[in-house]
Every structure is written in C-alpha cells, then in structure tokens.
Design a protein around this ligand. Sequence first.
Ligand code: ZN
Length: 276
Amino acid sequence: MFELPEFVTLAGQINDTLPGKTILRGELGNSPHKFVWYNRTHEEFERLTRGKTVGEAKARGKWLFVLLEPGYVLLLGECGGKVLFHPPGSKAPEKYHLRIAFDDGSCLTATTQMWGAMELYEAGAEQDRQYVKGMRPTPIEPEFTFDYFDTLVDSLAAGKKLSAKALLTQDQLVPGLGNAIAQDILFRARLRPKYPIAELDAEQRRALYEAITSTVAEVIEQGGRYDEFDLYSNPGGYVRLMDKNAVGRPCPECGGGVEKIQYLGGACYFCPACQE
Ligand SMILES: [Zn+2]
C-alpha cells in the first residue's frame, strides 16, 4: 500500500509529466474489483473527463489530488498497486481500474492491489469527502510541529490505552503513515510497537517526533520504498530497516536478532535490545 512518501513521489512525477495534456477518454476499470471505490458511473466518468486538461497534482496523507481543468479533481486514495504513465506508443496494461488516454497518444493507468478510491469531484467537493475532511496535519506540513505532536499525544493518552504503533497507523492520527514506514520510525525512536504512549516521557516524545519527520523526509528523498513503484514503473530507493527481510539478519544498530510479532492487523519487526 502506498503511504505518504509514495503519494508525494507520484504527485511530483505527475507534475513533471502530465500538466497540459488533454483527455481524449477517461475510463473506469475493465477489471471488476469490489474493493475499488468509485463515485461515478462509467458513462459519467467518461463524459465529465472528456476534453479536460491535466493541472497540478498534490499529495496529502494517503490521498492524491489531480486537477482536471476546468472544474474537476481526480482523487486517488488509500490505495496500493500501480499508478503508471505510458508514453505514446508504449504498451499499457490490459487490465486496469482507471485509464485516462491523452490526445498525444500517452495514457495514465491505475490498478490497485487491495482496495482504494478512484473518484472524480467537482473542484472543492473533494474536500468534503470522508477521511479528507478534517484531516489532521501530516508530517510534511508546517503545522506538524513538536508542540502540535506533543499536544496530540496528550489528548490521545488521556482517554484510552493507545500504543506507539496505534498512534502511527490507526485512524489517521498521523495521516499518511502506514504499517510499513511505522516499523522504521519505531526503530529509530527506540520504541517497541506495543509501548503505551501514556508512558512516553519528554525525551521519548521528542525522539518519536524526530523519527517521524526524518523518516518520512528520507523516504520521500529516495522516491518511496523499494517495494513500491513510481509513475514510470521504477521501484523506490528506500530500503526498509525493519521488514520481513530483517528477520534473521543482525540488527543494524546492535547486531542482535530482529523479532517478528503479529499486532494490530499486521506483522511488526523490531529489535528487542534496541527498542524498549
Ligand atoms: Zn538492536
């Protein structure tokens, strides 16, 4: 599944490649998949996108917004899989969940692995969509300061027992993070996935904040994770420290063994010596 760095990478590459292209034909999937969320019929999508010109793209959390001018926004979100650009004359995939053909012979396709939204809104209305509306500050936004994070932890620690992994991966408390990047954030912050956030002292809160912002920045810098693909079908350059390949390998910090547990809907990898 794409997380914030992959969406930022895609947005940047769309801005390098697609603006100014005019849509000949927009199509929703030819490969039925009940976990793809559409908000338009095939006919509506084709009619509303025809003749539109691609404008600016931006990423926010796990959502990608692409202006289709005049007046519309293509919204892809909470998805994984592939969002690919196909230059004129190249072969596009036969199965897709979204395909937009441009007047210069190029096209854009999107195919999701598990689930995901592929929606079209009148510009402005996308901001009212569930999960987009009221989204908390994401780690690359200026509002995501340490004071903001500290207050967020206070408010969440007060009511219920929340773990460090839950803070990073559940309910978009820190939008854009997911199970993959959370592992490396926790390793860098030296916290185990189950560590209760109510017990974080000032130094640990600072370490967790720094780990979130520096890890996200590094993954963006490297064009996303190595097990995801960019707009041109190239894998990202960021190799995770803590993933399935880390089990059985020495911890990069202390040389000890990395452990795996199942927790909160996914595998977690951590070093029992380095992470408390
Ligand atoms: Zn270690």
